[in-house]
Every structure is written in structure tokens, then in C-alpha cells.
Design a protein around this ligand. Structure first.
Ligand SMILES: NC(=O)c1ccc[n+]([C@@H]2O[C@H](COP(=O)([O-])OP(=O)(O)OC[C@H]3O[C@@H](n4cnc5c(N)ncnc54)[C@H](OP(=O)(O)O)[C@@H]3O)[C@@H](O)[C@H]2O)c1
Length: 324
């Protein structure tokens, strides 16, 4: 017998949740798509009657994968507790519950163990955080981490449909970004806090600390929106506790779960090549001679897949034991 799965939101992530459930053969007898407005949509050639997201729509649901809006009046804050009250396990792609100590924040390759303590709601991280922690986790295990400096090159689909419309110059994109995105690079994602970090940068600091179980790890991000449709890239510099030779680092990346790494120094991933792929890609690995604990690399993942939908479906798979 399969499960009844609700997908809340029929935007960029909602659509990919449905297609990932199908592509990965998740044991679902029913996929129920919920959004603000009822309508009929086609996702990967399959027709769905979208129902209005309201408490009663979660009757009989085993897993509810949320990809709606965030905040007090957003889908998750309004409806996740209602879904849990009706017996569903919620996996939320938004930021509302990520730092709640009662809610596991999970990237299955990194901290699947955290799922053991869930109380009905599980959070999937911010897309730039997920891209960062998949390669960081094996480095942390093998060498220990002292410091991380990261600059991101983030795609417009990370802002949902509105971001894509802004890049395409469509009316729905008006006001999504503080400056013109076409032909530009905007080093401000979210809003700036008192400490000068943006909300996106704060997410990378706080969420990575929780996922890696390293609350004191210094992480210094600069997050930048660029005019790429899909695929977040990151330039990462890591200082490790223990000695790390180039050979040892290449070996760690070659064997790390969820990482795609050819080991060839002329090979590097780009967002265009990563779109539609579920993994996290690494390239341009360098280790400073004479300072073996200083590692630089480039990593890329599809923000809508590993950065959101694939990660959420992997969490569900881990819970049902169908795949890890
Ligand atoms: N985009 C990414 O790369 C990414 C990565 C990680 C996490 N996330 C998170 O995933 C969530 C969805 O992002 P997205 O990119 O898919 O956004 P999107 O393309 O703008 O789509 C948002 C969807 O949410 C639905 N929605 C809004 N309020 C709702 C409510 N109260 N109840 C039910 N549905 C509601 C909308 O319904 P209608 O269609 O009916 O208006 C729409 O289908 C956000 O929390 C975002 O932060 C996104």
C-alpha cells in the first residue's frame, strides 16, 4: 500500500516536488496538489486538480510537502500544525521552522539521524545552505572545520516565479529585486540586519551550524543574485583543523554521498549543466601549498532540486525507508 502525499504550492518548487516524487518512484497512491486557488495544472504530462489549501484538505494525508509562502500568514505557519493534527508528517521547504529547536533541519546525506527525534514537522534548508553543506560535511568529518568563507552566485528562480519574471522583464517581476537584475549582480538577498549581514547570509550561518552540529563554526557568507535562471553556484574557502593534502581532499570529495566530482582539475560544473540534476557538483579544488588546512573550491546545485524538492523528497524517502 502506498502513501497519500500532499504538495502545498504549485509554484516552481511545488511542481518539482511532484516531478521528483514521480521520477524517484516514491510509493505514493495519491498526490494531492494544494495552492491558494483551485485550478487544473499539468506537471510533466500529468494532469492535477489543484485544491484550495485549507485544514480539511489534509484529511488522510501521510506526508505533506510544503512549498508555499513564508511568514505568519503563509502556508506553513497557517496549515502545517493542521496537517500534523490530522496525522500527517510535514516537510517544509520554507524558513519558518528551520531554527526551531523542536524541528529537525535535515539534509539526508549529512544528518539523517536528526529525523529520529521529529515531532511531526521537519524542515528542509535554504537552497544556498544545502549547496554549501553537502561538500562541507565530509570535510568536517575528515579534517575538522575552523572557518568557512563563501560567496554565492544565486539564480533568479531562487526567488520563485517572480524572480524568473523579473529576469524576463515581465510585469510579475516588478519589485522583486531592489535593482535591475538583467546584466547585473546584486550583492543583497533579503534585507540587511543590524550586523550588516542579509537575511540570506544569516540563514547560511545559522542553518549550517544546526545541520553540521557546529554551533561555534565561523561562517562568513556574501550572497549575490545574478541573472542566471536556475542553479546556485558558490565559491568556498575552508580552513580545517587537521592537515589536509590535495590528494586527501580529492579523495574525500570523490567518495562523499550526494557529491558529483570528476577529480579532473580541468573539469568544472556550471549552473546550465546542473539544471535538472539532483546532485551537488564540485570542481576547481585547490589546497594551498605550505598551509595544508586551506582549501578552496567551487560548487553548484540546482536550487529547485537539491536546494528544495529533491532534498524534501529524500527526507520523505528516508522516513519511509524506501531509499536513502
Ligand atoms: N525557489 C527556490 O529555489 C527555493 C529553494 C528552497 C526553498 N524554497 C522555498 O519554497 C517555497 C516555495 O518557493 P517557490 O520558488 O516555489 O515559490 P513560487 O514559485 O512563488 O510559488 C509559490 C506557491 O505557493 C502557493 N501559495 C502561496 N501562499 C499559499 C498559501 N497560503 N497556501 C497554499 N499555497 C500557497 C502559491 O499558490 P498559487 O499558485 O495559487 O498562487 C504558489 O503556487 C518558499 O517558501 C521558498 O522560500 C524555494
Amino acid at each position: 500500500m502506498g502513501y497519500t502525499v500532499a504538495v502545498v504550492g504549485a509554484g516552481l518548487v511545488g511542481e518539482r516536488l511532484v516531478s521528483e516524487l514521480r521520477r524517484r518512484d516514491f510509493p505514493a497512491d495519491e498526490i494531492r496538489v494544494l495552492a491558494r486557488t483551485a485550478r487544473r495544472v499539468e506537471i510533466q504530462g500529468e494532469e492535477f486538480d489543484v485544491r484550495v489549501a485549507e485544514a480539511s484538505a489534509f484529511e488522510g494525508v501521510d506526508y505533506a510537502l510544503f512549498a508555499g509562502t513564508e511568514g505568519e500568514k503563509g502556508a506553513a505557519m497557517q496549515l502545517a500544525p493542521e496537517a500534523v493534527a490530522r496525522g500527517a508528517v510535514v516537510i517544509d521547504n520554507g524558513s519558518d521552522f528551520r531554527l526551531d529547536p523542536e524541528v529537525p533541519l535535515v539534509v539526508p546525506e549529512v544528518n539523517a539521524d536528526a529525523l529520529r527525534d521529529h515531532k511531526g514537522i521537519i524542515a528542509s534548508p535554504n537552497c544556498s545552505t544545502t549547496t554549501m553543506v553537502v561538500p562541507l560535511a565530509p570535510l568536517a568529518r575528515e579534517f575538522g572545520l575552523e572557518k568557512v568563507i563563501v560567496s554565492t552566485y544565486q539564480a533568479v528562480s531562487g526567488s520563485g516565479r517572480g524572480g524568473v519574471e523579473a529576469l524576463e522583464g515581465l510585469p510579475g517581476g516588478e519589485g522583486v529585486y531592489p535593482k535591475e537584475i538583467s546584466g547585473n549582480a546584486i550583492p543583497l538577498i533579503g534585507s540587511v540586519g543590524d550586523d550588516g549581514y542579509t537575511t540570506e547570509e544569516r540563514k547560511m550561518k545559522d542553518e549550517s551550524a544546526k545541520i553540521l552540529g557546529l554551533p561555534d563554526l565561523p561562517v562568513y557568507p556574501t550572497t549575490v543574485r545574478i541573472p542566471v535562471h536556475t542553479g546556485h553556484s558558490e565559491s568556498v574557502y575552508v580552513e580545517t583543523t587537521r592537515e589536509a593534502s590535495l590528494e586527501a581532499v580529492l579523495d574525500v570529495f570523490s567518495n562523499a554521498p550526494g557529491l558529483v566530482f570528476s577529480g579532473d582539475k580541468d573539469d568544472y560544473p556550471t549552473p546550465l549543466e546542473t539544471v535538472g540534476e539532483p546532485g551537488t557538483y564540485v570542481g576547481r579544488v585547490r589546497v594551498e601549498e605550505g598551509s595544508p588546512g586551506a582549501i578552496s573550491y567551487w560548487c553548484v546545485s540546482d536550487n529547485l532540486l537539491k536546494g528544495a524538492a529533491t532534498n524534501a523528497v529524500q527526507i520523505a524517502e528516508t522516513l519511509v525507508g524506501s531509499r536513502v
